[in-house]
Design a protein around this ligand. Structure first.
Ligand code: ADP
Ligand code: MG
Length: 294
């Protein structure tokens, strides 16, 4: 590539708060025909709201929240941020924790006040052999109808409760989707580790072509590879630990402010301002660069 054209494009990006760590990715962005978006923390805001707190097996609401917040206190995941904010609102003192195990895509396994606490998806509970009560199952189904994410809290070896998480879509996302389509990006999809129901709901709301739900980290990367084998040039946009392998595989990878450091370290390009607002401009800058090189 003509180095001068590339340098001036890089300077323009810097001016707009777009950190380009790989010039080749900037050149490629104009030729992307597929964009895969992570859901939680990428299309949705960094900190969701905790809605309903449901209890089971005789545990109290503030007990469930206390254990959940204790387990999440060292994490920066959107689910962790939401739970910690809620526990602060309720005036809960965070308990001490023992060694923490994070099962990416599932949840957390940790000792809190000498009790074993597991916080994560319904699938995680199933994997761990923790039965949901009928009330919890009912609340889970109801939340899914609304498109909410549910996080289960196991206290000892029983389900203690569940937290409903309501994540707002970032305000610029609708325009970004329309803008990408107007710029000739043919395929747009969501790829999420979250449950099918909230993922489908958001995909429909945004008019995405496809969605992939309950996807584990290595599977996110496999989807990228599969699409590439079909001849697509793929951009992956993500914020989480569970996105890092896919970010590595994609032709162009983008992360954003507030993302986990493994995501921003891996991505070719990082938006330094809040949200995804610069995505279409990035495409335009790349197109312009292509014209100047040709
Ligand atoms: P996405 O791929 O949409 O960003 P997540 O990163 O939220 O999805 O991860 C998928 C699922 O893994 C979550 O819906 C949740 O069930 C579980 N999970 C991930 N991190 C945590 C956490 N810190 N606490 C509890 N559950 C978690
Ligand atoms: Mg995410």
């Amino acid at each position: 590539a003509a180095p001068l054209a590339l340098l001036s494009s890089l300077a323009l990006c810097a001016q707009k708060g777009i950190l380009v760590k790989d010039g080749r990715a900037l050149e490629l962005m104009g030729r992307i025909d597929t964009v895969l978006f992570d859901k939680t923390g990428t299309l949705t805001r960094e900190c969701p709201e905790v809605g309903r707190v449901i209890t089971a097996n005789g545990f109290a609401e503030n007990e469930v929240l206390m254990y959940a917040a204790g387990a999440e206190q060292k994490f920066h995941h959107p689910i962790a941020l939401a739970i910690l904010k809620k526990s602060e609102e309720w005036g809960i003192d965070l308990p001490a924790t023992d060694e923490t195990q994070y099962k990416v895509g599932y949840g957390i396994d940790v000792g809190v006040n000498g009790r074993r606490i597991r916080v994560g998806s319904a699938r995680f509970m199933e994997m761990e052999g923790i039965a949901l009560t009928p009330e919890i199952q009912e609340a889970l189904d109801a939340a899914h109808l609304e498109g909410y994410t549910m996080v289960m809290v196991a206290i000892g070896d029983r389900i203690g409760g569940a937290l409903e998480l309501q994540a707002a879509v970032r305000p610029e996302v609708k325009d970004i989707v329309a803008g990408l389509r107007a710029r000739g990006v043919k395929h747009l999809a969501i790829i999420s580790g979250d449950h099918e129901a909230p993922t489908r709901k958001l995909a429909e709301e945004l008019g995405m072509d496809r969605y992939f739900a309950q996807v584990l980290p290595t599977d996110k990367a496999d989807y990228v590879e599969k699409l590439q084998q079909e001849g697509r040039t793929v951009c992956f946009v993500g914020d989480g630990i569970n996105d890092s392998i896919a970010l590595k595989k994609a032709n162009v990878s983008i992360s954003l402010r507030g993302a986990t450091s493994i995501a921003t370290d891996t991505a070719h390009i990082v938006f330094l301002e809040q949200g995804l607002g610069k995505l279409c401009e990035l495409r335009d800058i790349s197109r312009e660069l292509e014209r100047n090189i040709a």
